[in-house]
Structure formats: C-alpha cells, structure tokens
Design a protein around this ligand. Structure first.
Ligand code: SF4
Length: 412
C-alpha cells in the first residue's frame, strides 16, 4: 500500500513502468526512486530488471577462498581495523609461500575454483614480489583461478615499480592473473573518499585502473560500501559513474565489469567507530536491500548482482535475492578485512556448499555453482540428485579432515 502523495506516487509509478518495460532510467529518476519508492515496489522492479538481464530461477555461487597476503599498510583508511603499520612486529604479517600454498591446498580440497587475494599497501614489497607470487601460484596450482589485487593495490605497486598501470597489469596477466576484485571502491565519489580514505586511490584512478584491466581482458567486479554518512546523491554519483564507465568499456573493448556487490560499512574498532558520529555510520538491513534494488534497476548494463551474506547475514542475503541479486557470493572460507571491523560473521566465515544450497532453495531459487567468469559449472536442480550428494559429500568430507579449522564459523 503506497503511502506517498498521489502526485509523488504517480511519478514513482511512471519511472517504475520504464524499468518494467526494459528501459534505462536517468540519474534524476534513480534518485527519485531512492527518495520516494516503496520498498516492495523497488523489489518488484529490481526483479524485473534481473529477469531482463539474467532470466530464470537459478542463483549462482562460487567456491573460493579469500586470502590476505599481507596486512601491512600505509593507507590508514578510517574504516579499517585490519591493517598494521610498517614496523609493527606484533600485528603485521606477510604470509610465506608455505602458508599461502597450504591455504590454497585446503581451498582446492574444499572444491574451490578460485582464490581472491588482496592485501595492504606494503612499502616493503617490491614489484617483483607480486609477479613472483602470481607466477608461483599459477605454476604450483594451475587449476585455480587467480583473482587478485584491487585497483588501489595495482596503483600502489605501479608506483613502487615505476611502471604504468598498463605495464603492471600486462606483466601480472602474463604470469597468471585472471582478474581483479573490485575492492577499495567504497563510495566512488571523491567528496566522501577525501573524508574516509584520503590516502587511497581516488575515483578517476580507480576507474582508470579498471579501464586498463578491461582493455587487457581481465575479469573485474565492482563493489560499493554504503553507510559513510553520505547523501543519496553521493550514492547515485557512484552508480552513475559506474554505469558510464561500463558503457564505455563495453563499447571500446566488448567487455566490462561482470558483477556488482555492495554492503554496509562495518566500523567496530576503527577510527569511524571511535568518532563522535559513530552511531550515524553503517546501515540497516532495509537500507542494504533498498540500495541493492536501486543498483539493480539503475545498472542496466551490468549483468550480475551478488548478495553480501558475510556482512548482512544469511537471512538478509536470502532476501536480497528478491531485491534483484542473482548470485549468493562465495563460500569465503576465510575473510579478514571486513570481519575485523565487526561483520556479522566475525572470525573466519565458511558457508559450506550444502548450506549455500539450503539458503538458496529456501529463498525459492535453484542453486548453481559458477566460476569467476559467471559460467555455470553445475546446476543443482534436484535436491536429492546423486551428483549433488556426491559433490557435497566429497567437499564436506575434505572439510572435516582438515585439522586447522579452529575459529572457522559455520554460517547458519
Ligand atoms: S582498507 Fe586496505 S588500503 Fe585501507 S587501511 Fe585497510 S588494508 Fe590498507
């Protein structure tokens, strides 16, 4: 039941009709929906857009592991509780190849097809560290897809190595890099970035690095974090810039971002969490769902939207599948950055494939395993199919055999 004034609701209905007819909406129309549309009307339109872009009832997920190769960082993001300053012998680390190799082996035994590797801006690591690391992983574990280094890390290692973004990404691709995660995007509007992440890559450079990645055919995703006391206009600025850049990449290179994922900022133990505005940071589940729907409606040129269960919880993750998301994200296995600032999952989260299937089915969809490129590897369309049982049993037996899973949280 709409609670808007009739004239306002008429305007909302007119914009929503454009979405249902498969048409693009403008910045002003997106903002108007954000300000005035009823939540369930947004869900309805977001699902229509989802069906236009990804028809059907399948919801994909990925078995992968997040790995943070170092937490040493000089960037001092105001929302980060993960990093250690250079010289901090107690908290700072750079994982050895032995540790990284063991993490990848464990992930492979759990059925992983990908690792997502990110780290701090560590001034002690030369450029060759990164090419050597990717090359070593690729040669040692040739089947694992390597998705690594956010635009911010690429810019930092380019500076360290005295190379252009193009040279940096070309060299990394040559030794096995498959794609870049969209991390470090937060809000891609410098008005907000200058306040919460002033030493990090700014908007033009974030998109500049991604543009080169698209030119080189690397797989990329786009992220967005809300809840920095930004205005709705700041959020729309992020979405508008993303849609424009996607149009440009698709036109010039025939490829662009293949997915978008957003979540609410987590601030436990961070400078934002200690500030006098602490209670105004973050976001409710409703805001998250509203934003997911607006993004799905507005980003008509970006195929996939992922749910963020590690920050929002599995149940809100399920709900986001009815607000335009068509992907349940990854099994994670390990996550250190958002968890350290208070994400709902805390510690190291793991959602086993059987749990992924249960969550997706409970929400009314059919689970399907995918790879980094969103190619469907296996559709699990029958609950008791032999393939599903065998696949899950193998993975879960592997998980139970591993002796070093202390602290892993199984998500319910
Ligand atoms: S979010 Fe990343 S770049 Fe920012 S301080 Fe933390 S580790 Fe460094």
């Amino acid at each position: 039941m709409a609670t808007n004034e009739p004239a306002v609701q008429a305007q909302v209905d007119q914009i929503l009709a454009k979405v249902h007819e498969g048409n693009r909406i403008s910045y002003d129309e997106g903002l108007y929906l954000y300000q005035h549309a009823e939540l369930l009307d947004l869900a309805d339109a977001a699902n229509a857009r989802r069906q236009q872009l990804v028809p059907g009832d399948t919801v994909t997920y990925l078995i992968d592991r997040n790995i943070n190769y170092t937490n040493v960082c000089v960037t001092d993001c105001q929302f980060c509780n993960f990093y250690a300053l250079p010289g901090d012998k107690e908290k700072g680390y750079v994982n050895s190849k032995l540790i990284l190799g063991n993490k990848i082996k464990e992930a492979l035994e759990l059925g992983a097809t990908r690792i997502l590797m990110q780290g701090g801006h560590n001034p002690d690591l030369p450029f060759e560290y990164y090419t050597d690391l990717v090359s070593w992983i690729h040669k040692t574990f040739p089947t694992i897809e390597i998705n690594a280094f956010s635009p911010s890390e690429i810019q930092y290692m380019s500076e360290i190595g005295g190379k252009s973004w193009h040279e940096t990404l070309t060299e990394l691709k040559a030794v096995g890099l498959m794609g870049l995660p969209g991390g470090g995007g937060e809000i891609l509007d410098d008005e907000i970035r200058k306040r919460v992440t002033p030493k990090k890559i700014m908007t033009d450079d974030w998109f500049g690095v991604m543009k080169v990645a698209h030119e080189l055919g690397l797989i990329t995703t786009a992220t967005m974090v809300i809840g920095f006391r930004e205005k709705l206009e700041n959020r729309m600025n992020h979405l508008q810039r993303l849609r424009d850049e996607q149009d440009d990449s698709l036109k010039r290179f025939g490829t662009g971002f293949n997915a978008f994922i957003s979540w609410t900022v987590q601030i436990e133990g961070t400078p934002l969490g200690r500030s006098r505005f602490a209670s105004e940071y973050g976001g409710t589940s409703t805001e998250y769902l509203r934003h997911t729907a607006i993004a799905r409606i507005f980003l008509d040129n970006l195929p996939h939207i992922s749910a963020s269960w590690p920050t929002q919880g599995a149940k809100v993750g399920q709900m986001s599948l009815h607000f335009g998301a068509d992907d349940f994200g990854s099994t994670m296995i390990e996550e250190n950055v958002v968890s350290s600032a208070g994400a709902i999952t805390k510690a190291s989260p793991l959602m086993l494939p059987s749990e992924m299937h249960r969550q997706i089915r409970e929400a009314g969809f059919i689970p399907a395993q995918r790879n980094t490129n969103y190619d469907v590897l296996k559709v699990f369309d029958a609950v008791d199919s032999e393939a599903e049982l065998k696949s899950i049993q193998e993975i879960e037996q592997a998980a139970s055999k591993q002796g070093n899973w202390a602290g892993v949280t199984l998500i319910e």
